[in-house]
Every structure is written in structure tokens, then in C-alpha cells.
Design a protein around this ligand. Structure first.
Ligand code: GDP
Ligand code: MG
Length: 438
């Protein structure tokens, strides 16, 4: 979806003056892209009508950069479609806060129970996980393993007791043991059925949870949205957690869930690992879909993983264009902590679609090689790479056990990285100045 929209809107961007027809044509393409991305058709229609209405109006025609202006409108409307602000968990003023996770089988409830517990634990909460799935073989064991990995206690009563009873006892246990968040992992079914809903309704009326969060698999696209509608009607939900967004290339579910159910997406699952849960920010998602990159997400991620002083220092150097191989070497160490590089690159504006960068093989072996090459440079060379001529290249290759081609490639990559970082720093400056559009 991102690529389609980028293409369409890219065409507009370069135009100085827009006619009504330009806008209409672009909107037709946006509409197709959204439908193809499996966004609910009613949502698409409303969305396109709204953008058209605003875009064809006076403000755009009179603006100096009408193309940019339309993109801004699309961005704003995408954001508002997904909910405008980031929705938080409603914590009870009288702990424990009870959070009930519901959803179909395989949606990711058990994994998400762990992820959410982990997320809240990092914020200083004391979660308890309660195993109420007595149907799926090994479901209880799965939750216990997850809890064990995270060092979060798990309450269970085996699979011979009714889920309602387990939930009740679990809450009581949470109160007794001083836990301030109780997360209930419930059973799912392959399809929505009455028995499942009855059970969930019973748990709900027994526990009066502060949050009922529906876990849905974003890869199922429009189905996920239908599931959300049914659960909301039968049970009433407070929000949605979209899982497997890491594998969702189309983004349809993320876009339509709020519009269809009126319930916000609160978190997104970005992978199988227990730290891969993120709060959902509609504005960032909109920018990401539009291919502007999730700058704030990247900064947040970097802040969580990178030594803060070093990061600040680096930022200064990038701004002043003093970034050298010394920094690069330093950075490689830091970057390893960030996770797979292609993931990091995707978050940088424009990089999502920069094919040549995606093709660069940034695996760990490569990083070791790069480190060897840089270590074979003299201090002078690291600080002034432009002095690295042919004979120096040969010497470096020999010293690092690589080839001249590989040294050449690194020098080129370094230049690209430097440019990319400059761009990143500039964008960030733009963000701080105001608004997320330039
Ligand atoms: P449940 O039946 O709803 O409890 O689902 P599980 O928690 O057992 O998850 C089903 C599968 O989905 C497991 O293999 C999980 O590892 C996987 N999964 C859950 N969340 C995510 C996610 O955000 N990304 C990816 N890639 N996989 C996920
Ligand atoms: Mg489960």
C-alpha cells in the first residue's frame, strides 16, 4: 500500500499547480490502492470523499505547493481514520487493573498476554497472567513458559476447572499477592460461536474488567475487521491489539478497524518475540503508509537501545557533517543493538522504497567484515575517507583480509549512509519545527 500511495502522491508532489482533474485522478488511484490493501469499501469511500472535498477546495488551489498540500490532507485524514491520538490503557484507580484478552484461535492472545505483561512490567507495574484457556492442548503450559521467560507469575488451575472460576480465583490471587495488573488469557475458537461468546460474557460479568482488548491478526485483513465488529457487538470491547503487523504488507486492517468498530487500536504486535509489542500511534502509522518513515518510532527505538550521550553527540556530528569512519565503527556496535538493519532502514523516510539500500546485505557477517576493514584504516583515513586512494585501498584490503572491491563497496556505502543520516537529521529538525509535513 505504501508503495502505491507513494507513487500516486509522488506524481502530485512535483506539480506546481493542480487542476481539479489532477486531484480527482490521484484520488481514484488512492481509492484503488486502498481497496487493494483490503480496506473496507465503506471506509474507502468516506475517506476519498473527505479528501476530495478538502483538496478541491480553495485552500489547496491557492496554496503555493498544492501537491504537498494534498499529501498533507491525505496524511491528516489517514491519521484521523485510525483515531487521531494514541489510546492508552485505562488503569483502575483501585488496583489491580483487570485486562481481558479475547479473540480467535491463533490470533496471538497468549503471546500478547506475555508481551503486554512485559511492557507493563517495564513501566514498573506488577502483572499477573491468568490462564483461562482450558480447551487448547498445552495452552496453559504455553502461558507458563511465556511467564517464566519474563519472570512474571502465572496463575493456573489446570484444565478441569471452568474458565470463569479460574478467572475469579486468579483475580483473588492477584489481590492477595499484591499484583496491580491482572491479565486474563482466554480461549479462542476457529470461528465465532455462541459458546465462546457466552463464556467470555460470563467472565466479563464476573470480573468486570477495566479493559477488554480484542486481539486480531492483521494479516487476515478485512476478516479481522469483521471479527472485531462481531466481538464488539456480542461482548463489547474497549480496544484492539493488532498482531502480526510485521507480516502485513497491505495495512488494510490497521486502517479500517477504528472506522468500522469505533474502537481504537491500542497496541500492535511487530514480531514473535516478547518485546515486539508497541503502542499504536495513528499519526506515525499514517506517515509510514505514506512512506515518510516512522521517524519518531526510530528515535524512540534508538533511545531505548542506544547510549544516550553517544546518540546526542552523534546527532551533533551528523548535523555538522562531521560523521567519520570512527563514528561509523562506533555506530555499528550500537546498530547491532537496534535489531535487523533492514527493519531500521524501513523506518527512515524514503528508505522504505529505496530498493538499492534494501539490497545491501547488512547481515552480521557483513558487519564483522566492515569492522575489520575500518580497523585496517589509519586514524587519518577514518577521519578523512577522501584520502583513501588506490594504493591505500589495496593496503586496507590486505590488512583486513578482504578484497579491494569490498573496500570500495564499503566506501560507497559509507557515503550513502552519511547522506541518509543527514536526511534523517534534517527531517527530524523539520519535525521539531512544527507539523510532520514539510
Ligand atoms: P492464541 O491462540 O490467540 O493464544 O495465539 P498465540 O499467542 O498462541 O499465537 C499464535 C502464533 O502467532 C504464534 O506462533 C505466535 O508466535 C504468533 N504471533 C503472535 N503475535 C505475533 C506478531 O505480532 N508477529 C508475528 N510474526 N507472529 C506473532
Ligand atoms: Mg492462546
Amino acid at each position: 500500500l505504501a508503495e502505491k500511495l507513494q507513487n500516486t502522491l509522488g506524481k502530485l508532489k512535483s506539480k506546481g499547480k493542480l487542476s481539479e482533474k489532477d486531484v480527482k485522478d490521484a484520488m481514484r488511484e488512492v481509492k484503488l490502492a486502498l481497496l487493494e490493501a483490503d480496506v473496507n469499501f465503506k471506509v474507502v469511500k468516506q475517506f476519498v470523499d473527505k479528501v476530495k472535498e478538502r483538496a478541491v477546495g480553495q485552500e489547496v488551489m491557492e496554496s503555493l505547493t498544492p501537491g504537498q498540500h494534498v499529501i498533507k490532507i491525505v496524511n491528516e485524514e489517514l491519521t484521523s481514520l485510525m483515531g487521531d491520538v494514541q489510546s492508552k490503557i485505562n488503569f483502575s484507580s483501585k488496583p489491580p487493573t483487570v485486562i481481558m484478552l479475547v479473540g480467535l484461535q491463533g490470533a496471538g492472545k497468549t503471546t500478547t498476554a506475555g508481551k503486554l505483561g512485559n511492557y507493563l512490567k517495564k513501566q514498573g507495574k506488577k502483572p499477573l497472567l491468568v490462564a483461562c484457556d482450558v480447551y487448547r492442548p498445552a495452552a496453559i503450559k504455553q502461558l507458563k513458559v511465556v511467564g517464566g521467560q519474563l519472570d512474571i507469575p502465572v496463575f493456573e488451575m489446570g484444565d478441569k476447572v471452568s474458565p470463569v472460576e479460574i478467572a475469579k480465583q486468579g483475580l483473588a490471587h492477584g489481590v492477595d499477592s499484591g499484583r496491580d495488573v491482572v491479565i486474563i488469557d482466554t480461549a479462542g475458537r476457529l470461528h465465532i460461536d455462541e459458546q465462546l461468546m457466552d463464556e467470555l460474557v460470563n467472565i466479563k460479568s464476573e470480573l468486570r474488567p477495566h479493559e477488554i482488548l480484542l486481539v486480531i491478526d492483521s494479516m487476515t485483513g478485512q476478516d479481522a475487521v469483521n471479527v472485531a465488529e462481531s466481538f464488539n457487538e456480542a461482548l463489547g470491547i474497549d480496544g484492539v491489539i493488532l498482531t502480526k503487523l510485521d507480516g502485513d504488507t497491505r495495512g488494510g486492517a490497521a486502517l479500517s478497524v477504528k472506522a468500522v468498530t469505533q474502537k481504537p487500536v491500542k497496541f500492535v504486535g511487530m514480531g514473535e518475540k516478547l518485546n515486539e509489542l508497541e503502542p499504536f500511534y495513528p499519526d506515525r502509522m499514517a506517515s509510514r503508509i505514506l512512506g515518510m518513515g516512522d521517524i519518531l518510532g526510530l528515535i524512540e527505538k534508538a533511545q531505548a537501545n542506544i547510549d544516550e550521550n553517544k546518540a546526542r553527540e552523534l546527532e551533533q556530528r551528523i548535523r555538522k557533517q562531521q560523521f567519520t569512519f570512527e563514528d561509523f565503527l562506533d555506530q555499528l556496535e550500537q546498530v547491532k543493538k537496534l535489531g535487523p538493519l533492514n527493519k531500521v532502514l524501513e523506518m527512515i523516510p524514503g528508505m522504505g522504497s529505496a530498493k538499492q539500500l534494501k539490497d545491501i546485505d547488512f547481515d552480521d557477517k557483513e558487519i564483522v567484515k566492515i569492522q575489520a576493514i575500518i580497523q585496517s584504516m589509519t586514524r587519518d583515513e577514518r577521519n578523512n575517507p577522501e584520502i583513501i586512494n588506490g594504493s591505500r585501498r589495496k593496503r586496507i584490503a590486505k590488512g583486513s583480509g578482504t578484497s579491494v572491491q569490498e573496500v570500495n563497496r564499503l566506501l560507497k556505502q559509507f557515503e550513502q549512509t552519511k547522506k541518509m543520516m543527514k536526511k534523517f537529521a534534517d527531517m527530524e529538525k523539520g519535525f521539531k519545527k512544527g507539523g510532520n509535513m514539510k
